[in-house]
Design a protein around this ligand. Structure first.
Ligand code: SF4
Ligand code: SF4
Length: 433
């Protein structure tokens, strides 16, 4: 794609990077076929190619974002299916990240949108605030139907609907400290506790820590780490995202310097995609560029790390699993086979739902901010999963678990909960009911 940025514009490294990305796009449109919003809405402006044109036009003309650009960029799930499909290697992720920052800096959203986004950015990344908010949401739930009928309150009604009916207390898995290997030590890792996951489903990191220590891996839960920054990063709140990234880089650098780390384990693939991008996000910060690149190189999804441990094959168990590959897992991190091979090796029968490349509609805060498109994608995903006739669903991302669980009666678990069970742990509580 030809571009006409001026030398003065290209002096900005963010613009220079976007220009290089834009020049790779050859307009072929292959990406449209796998884009969930194009497949759902059928509008070229809701396709990757259409969004690329909108972003190019906005940046090249140095224009503030307008309503049209914001509408179509906001509808993008950042699922990155387009990056998997694109034959020209267009880095849509970094392009849309830049566009979102530009929107945040140049566009004044309506009051309701500003309020909703401010609440999300002030609550979700902080586990204690999030837990309190969920408890309050439980009380407010009877009002959800009414709120969804009032335009100004609709998004808050959607939030009430998404709040789980049970809220777990703070988990021991989140308490900082070192969990010793239970057998001969063969590795040392840090594990990300994060923000929303320990509140919504603390069982995930509990299972990961149990499994790792049983396999001879020492697990560090470092003091001071927190949200990876993905939630605000996807809202274009770059400074808030970089504050979170720098804090985590400092914490993990200290842990690596003090006792050595083979990996930083992440059990939410959405967070993993962002942490693997810290090296890029902080590339222009001389104090952090090298440290962030080191952290990104150490970041591993739990299944990626377990695949290196050569786990023994287990006897077949009469349980069929529909494996839902989160977008951040398959498109963001290109981890496709490892989770399924681990499950098969652990004795489960694994089935792939049809249209596995399409997003379930969760996408961070997308199910709150774009409830209609999100609901359509969820229904399509659930139809495909239920058609496998599997006993349970496994996936590697808390967002997908929360989203899909609200659309089906099938039990849905994190892959590591099933692996923990297969390798000596207790049957997950959800399957004991
Ligand atoms: S990230 Fe997903 S929703 Fe956004 S343009 Fe690419 S394929 Fe479409
Ligand atoms: S597939 Fe790649 S090169 Fe083709 S239009 Fe989409 S982004 Fe551009």
């Amino acid at each position: 794609m030809q571009t006409t940025f001026t030398p003065a514009q290209l002096a900005d490294p963010h613009v220079a990077e976007s220009e290089a990305i834009l020049r790779k796009c050859v307009h072929c449109g292959f990406c449209t076929a796998t884009c969930p919003t194009y497949v759902t809405l059928g509008n070229e402006l809701d396709s990757p190619r259409g969004r690329i044109y909108l972003i190019k036009d906005m940046l090249e003309n140095g224009r503030p974002a307008d309503e049209e650009v914001v509408t179509h960029i906001d509808r993008c799930l950042s699922c990155l299916a387009c990056m998997t499909t694109c034959p020209s290697g267009v880095n849509y992720m970094h392009l849309v990240d830049h566009a979102r920052v530009h929107i945040e800096q140049t566009y004044r959203r309506p009051l309701k949108d500003r309020l909703v986004r401010a609440v999300l950015a002030a609550v979700l990344p902080y586990p204690n605030r999030f837990r309190l908010a969920l408890r309050a949401a439980r009380l407010g739930r009877p009002l959800a139907g009414f709120m969804k009928r009032v335009p100004f309150l609709k998004t808050f009604g959607v939030m009430l609907d998404l709040a789980p009916s049970q809220i777990a207390s703070a988990s021991v898995a989140a308490v900082p400290g070192i969990r010793a290997a239970e057998t001969e030590k063969r590795g040392r890792v840090a594990i990300l506790t994060g923000c929303a996951q320990p509140v919504l489903k603390p069982e995930i990191n509990e299972a990961a820590i149990r499994l790792l220590t049983r396999l001879g891996v020492e697990v560090v839960v470092p003091q001071g780490e927190g949200c990876c920054g993905a939630l605000v990063h996807h809202m274009g709140r770059e400074e808030q995202a970089l504050v979170a990234a720098r804090r985590n880089v400092d914490v993990w650098t200290k842990a690596a310097d003090e006792g050595g780390l083979d990996a930083i384990i992440i059990t939410a693939s959405g967070c993993g995609t962002t942490i693997k991008d810290y090296g890029h996000m902080l590339r222009l910060d001389p104090a952090y560029a090298d440290k962030a690149a080191r952290v990104s190189a150490l970041a591993k999804d739990i299944t990626e790390y377990l695949a290196t441990l050569d786990l023994p094959r287990q006897e077949p168990r009469n349980v069929t699993v529909a494996y839902h590959s989160a977008c951040s897992m398959q498109h963001g991190q290109k981890i496709v086979m490892a989770p399924k091979l681990l499950l098969k090796n652990a004795g489960f029968t694994v089935r792939d739902p049809a249209e596995g490349h399409l997003c379930c509609g969760s996408a961070g805060t997308y199910n709150i901010l774009q409830p209609e498109i999100s609901a359509t994608l969820k229904a399509r995903k659930v139809r495909n999963i239920e058609a496998t006739k599997a006993d349970i669903i496994a996936t590697g991302n808390i967002g997908c678990i929360t989203q899909i669980a609200t659309g089906t009666a099938m039990p849905i678990l994190h892959t590591v909960e099933l692996l923990d069970w297969a390798y000596g742990g207790e049957k997950p509580a959800l399957l004991q009911k």
